[in-house]
Design a protein around this ligand. Structure first.
Ligand code: NAD
Length: 351
């Protein structure tokens, strides 16, 4: 297949592109603006693959998107480009609305124009996969889990912008018959995760003996999925998913933020012993405004209908991730310096 992947130089997008190229042998055109969160080095292993191409462009640029779609003539579009950091959305919402909402509309329109020129067979096989988050569903109480039918209740500018884009993807299916599929996934973690996010931030602060800031009481619960499992789920959704459907994706691995931080500290103490236990570096800080208490996903539908299942346990994934950061300082050091400069203590976020 020929696939366009937007946001392919980001954390999840690059894991997906590596999977599509190396494991599945597809051809991929990455469309990415290379914002502060995009890094072409995440795609180093794909650069020489015959089926790999890269276009540095803004998804909000309607003319360029229409031209790129027309020239490449993909069998599917996998849309991951987004502004993705909740804390940044609280500080400044405009880029989130622009990229996440307007950008998605631009891509849906480019896809609609593209398939209008396809013959019936190609049009029937075309897919537009819109990649989204479980944060659109709001906050859960102590029990229950989000499913595909959970009503939307976004509570941060980031999740509101993602909710808007999910509705657009569905509307383009209902109104124009564009074969869109939406996925809503829980928190990802793994290699190449930008150092401002929870797991890399805590790993790197702990490595350098710096305080580990934890929002509120550390009791906020998230479900965690290893990024390579998410990449496999997205490939399954685009290859076997049904147009107009939504698939909730999760790792069946609920942890409080404090449990996550403890797991990182203990793994690091084992892999790279320091002068004292890293848990002593934990520092509780004022909670984030509107901080959702608990997210959990019931992934039964994608497991049943598409035969996907997470394969990496949280313990295995944390070990692999911490080990990867220990081995890849050349990747994260310049990014960490760029974002935090001399002041190494970043705000703690969940991804
Ligand atoms: P990321 O911030 O690591 O990567 C985003 C990528 O999009 C970057 O490469 C960036 O350069 C690119 N981009 C941003 N604005 C752009 C624009 N206007 N035009 C072109 N490219 C642009 O994000 P991520 O964590 O990899 O998330 C990818 C997608 O998955 C997002 O849509 C996000 O909402 C969704 N998602 C993320 C998680 C998670 O845990 N990280 C969970 C569920 C869903």
């Amino acid at each position: 297949m020929r696939l366009i992947v937007t946001g392919g130089a980001g954390f999840i997008g690059s894991a997906l592109v590596r999977h599509l190229i190396h494991d599945l042998g597809h051809e991929v055109l990455v469309v990415d603006k290379l914002t502060y969160a995009g890094d072409r080095r995440t795609l180093a292993s794909c650069e020489d693959a015959p089926g790999f191409r890269f276009l540095e462009a803004d998804i909000c640029d309607a003319e360029r998107m229409r031209a790129a779609f027309g020239e490449y003539a993909p069998d599917a579009v996998m849309h991951l480009a987004a502004e993705s950091h909740v804390d940044r959305s609280i500080a400044s919402a405009a880029p989130f609305i622009h990229t996440n909402v307007v950008g998605t509309m631009v891509l849906l329109e480019a896809a609609r124009a593209l398939v209008a020129g396809y013959d019936a067979a190609r049009r029937g096989a075309f897919r537009f996969l819109h990649v989204s988050t479980d944060e659109v569903f709001g906050s859960l109480g102590p029990t229950g889990a989000f499913t595909e039918t959970t009503p939307y209740d976004p509570r941060s500018p980031y999740s509101a912008s993602k909710a808007g884009s999910d509705h657009l993807a569905r509307a383009w299916h209902e109104t124009y018959g564009l074969p869109t599929i939406v996925t809503n996934c829980s928190n990802n973690y793994g290699p190449y995760h930008f150092p401002e996010k929870l797991i890399p931030l805590v790993t790197l602060n702990a490595l350098e003996g710096l305080p580990l800031p934890v929002y509120g009481d550390g009791g906020n619960v998230r479900d965690w999925l290893f990024v390579e499992d998410h990449a496999r789920a997205l490939a399954a959704a685009v290859l076997r998913g049904k147009p107009g459907e939504t698939y909730a994706i999760g790792g069946r691995a609920e942890r409080t933020n404090l449990q996550v931080v403890h797991a990182i500290c203990d793994t690091l103490d084992r892999l790279r012993p320091g002068p004292r236990p890293r848990r002593e570096l934990i520092a509780f800080v004022a909670d984030r405004p509107g901080h959702d208490r608990r997210y959990a996903i019931d992934p039964a539908k994608i497991e049943r209908e598409l035969g996907w299942r997470s394969s990496v346990t949280f313990e295995q994934g944390i070990e692999r991730t911490v080990a990867w950061y220990l081995d890849n300082e050349a990747w994260w050091r310049p990014l960490r310096d760029k974002v935090y400069g001399g002041q190494r203590l970043g705000l703690l976020d969940t991804p």
